[in-house]
Design a protein around this ligand. Structure first.
Ligand code: NAD
Ligand code: UGA
Length: 469
């Protein structure tokens, strides 16, 4: 039986390995992590992440050929293939702070692999890493090799949160990069045969290591760039009377452009887009490609602009002050169908409103009160000026309350901000909400989920991203 071990039981490691275990019953898969609470949760009925369809997959395989464990060293030493899916955040200190990827977790995983391995291993980069990371990993492994052979592969993950299981079952492509040597090609084939159990052969792409590493950063940069492009257009729509939904529909009909990922929003969030673009910018700068770096920087700048623009719109619409006014925040996760709040635009919007002394009442179906409190009280890391961390006002947290449903959140509120596109927000009883709000009642839709016309008929003053005012 082939044995796979995955280091890192997070948003990528957990679902990816669960699907490999489901699709490959003859492979034994162990997912290991240094976090004891996380592994306990993976072994319980309350998984550590919310992802549609994940519970069923885990239930089918756990205890059969899928195991979650903190015994990292034993599983690594027994495995034939080791996936490394640890976090690779942006460095906050030292050389490259604010841009470069922090590979501390990766390096410690690689050193541990070198320490405990007694047989040849295929080591797979699953985390998103800078180009040429495989070279550094190879050095760490081979300098301590004791005669053991290692093959490093790059197999970046393209799943999106909220649709992880769907994406893993039916990926657009699986990308495997490796050394173009006989041993490298053999390793590529070994990993390919795992995915080939359920992914059609023509969707499994093989490349050299550096192309695979760079393709992951490029794909995320292209996706984020589309959002910043449509968000930039949304500002122009508001200034001219065009409607961004009509513009994106018309633009997306061009088969060369395509309709996906053109939804204007309050800004993109999530743990990866900003981090990966910053990483790309750093690599460009290190290679003296300052114009290229500047091009990608603009994608993040437009995203920051969009979040600021939203806050300014709320404050200016509400007679230039939200001081002491209750504002309902509907949705805090960075997108629907996830409880993940990493880099969610809601953090910036809430902080902006708190800065203007608003009182917030937050409702999100999947985010806990603790998480929201933590997110709002943490210093915001400023990628542009990493040294100048913004101080947190100790009084700000007191101005945030948590609601169990949207009706509680909106009771006596002056305004409503919709910051996540949860489906349930599309079918809210806005008549009921209007009745219980202060007047004039404002709705600021950061995700374009409400029917603007209908709400205006009820009596709301409505602002929707990129729509005529
Ligand atoms: P995560 O923070 O959810 O999970 C990482 C896990 O690694 C944590 O549980 C942590 O405890 C564990 N870990 C860190 N160092 C360890 C060590 N030395 N030994 C054992 N465990 C260790 O992160 P994630 O969202 O799963 O992302 C992981 C990587 O995948 C990142 O590089 C990210 O860019 C990339 N990625 C993420 C997504 C996504 O949707 N979240 C999608 C594609 C790629
Ligand atoms: C993204 C990519 O889509 C994945 O392919 C990639 O694997 C992953 O990053 C990663 O490397 O971590 P994810 O961040 O989970 O996935 O979710 P997306 O669906 O890409 O959404 C990202 C953000 O963009 C969300 O805040 C979302 O609301 C926003 N978005 C998305 C828009 O504002 N408009 C759109 O049209 C699409």
């Amino acid at each position: 039986m082939v044995k796979i071990c995955c280091i890192g039981a997070g948003y990528v490691g957990g679902p990816t390995m669960a699907v490999i275990a489901l699709k490959c019953p003859t492979i034994e898969v162990a997912v290991v992590d240094i976090s004891v609470p996380k592994i306990l949760a993976w072994n319980s009925d309350q998984l550590p992440i919310y992802e549609p369809g994940l519970d069923e997959v885990v239930k089918q395989c756990r205890g059969k050929n899928l195991f979650f464990s903190t015994d990292v060293e034993r599983h690594v030493s027994e495995a034939d293939i080791i996936f490394v899916s640890v976090n690779t955040p942006t460095k906050t200190r030292g050389l490259g702070a604010g841009k470069a990827a922090d590979l501390t977790y990766w390096e410690s995983a690689a050193r541990m692999i070198a320490d405990v391995s007694k047989t040849d291993k295929i080591v797979v980069e699953k985390s998103t890493v800078p180009v040429k990371t495989a070279e550094a990993i190879e050095k760490i492994l081979t300098h301590n090799s004791k005669g053991i052979k290692y093959q490093i592969l790059s197999n970046p993950e393209f799943l999106a949160e909220g649709t992880a299981i769907k994406d893993l079952f039916n990926p657009d492509r699986v990308l495997i990069g490796g050394r173009e040597t006989p041993d490298g090609l053999k390793a590529i084939q070994a990993l390919k045969s795992v995915y080939a159990q359920w992914v059609p052969e023509e969707r499994i792409l093989t490349t050299n290591l550096w192309s695979a590493e760079l393709s992951k950063l490029a794909a995320n940069a292209f996706l984020a760039q589309r959002i910043s492009s449509i968000n930039a257009m949304s500002a122009l729509c508001e200034a001219t009377g065009a409607d961004v939904s009509q513009v994106s529909h018309a633009v997306g009909k061009d088969t060369r452009i395509g309709p996906k990922f053109l939804n204007a929003s309050v800004g993109f969030g999530g743990s990866c887009f900003q981090k990966d673009i910053l990483n790309l910018i750093y690599i460009c700068e290190c290679n003296g490609l300052n114009e290229v770096a500047g091009y990608w920087k603009q994608v993040i700048k437009v995203n920051d602009y969009q979040k600021n623009r939203f806050v300014n719109r709320v404050v200016s619409s509400m007679f230039n002050t939200v001081s002491g006014k209750k504002i309902a925040i509907l949705g805090f996760a960075f997108k629907k169908d996830t409880g993940d709040t990493r880099e969610t635009p809601a953090i910036d919007v809430c902080k902006g409103l708190l800065g203007d002394k608003a009182k917030l009442s937050v409702y999100d179906p999947q985010v806990t009160e603790d998480q929201i409190q933590r997110d709002l009280s943490m210093n915001k890391f400023d990628w542009d000026h990493p040294i100048h961390l913004q101080p947190v006002s100790p009084t700000a947290a007191k101005e945030v309350s948590f609601a169990w449903d949207p009706y509680e959140a909106t009771k006596d509120a002056h305004g409503v901000c919709i910051l996540t596109e949860w489906d349930e927000f599309k079918t809210l009883d806005f008549q009921r909400i209007f009745k219980q709000m202060q007047k004039p009642a404002f709705v600021f839709d950061g995700r374009n989920v409400v029917d603007v016309q209908k709400l205006r008929e009820i009596g709301f003053i409505v602002y929707s991203i990129g729509k005529p005012l």
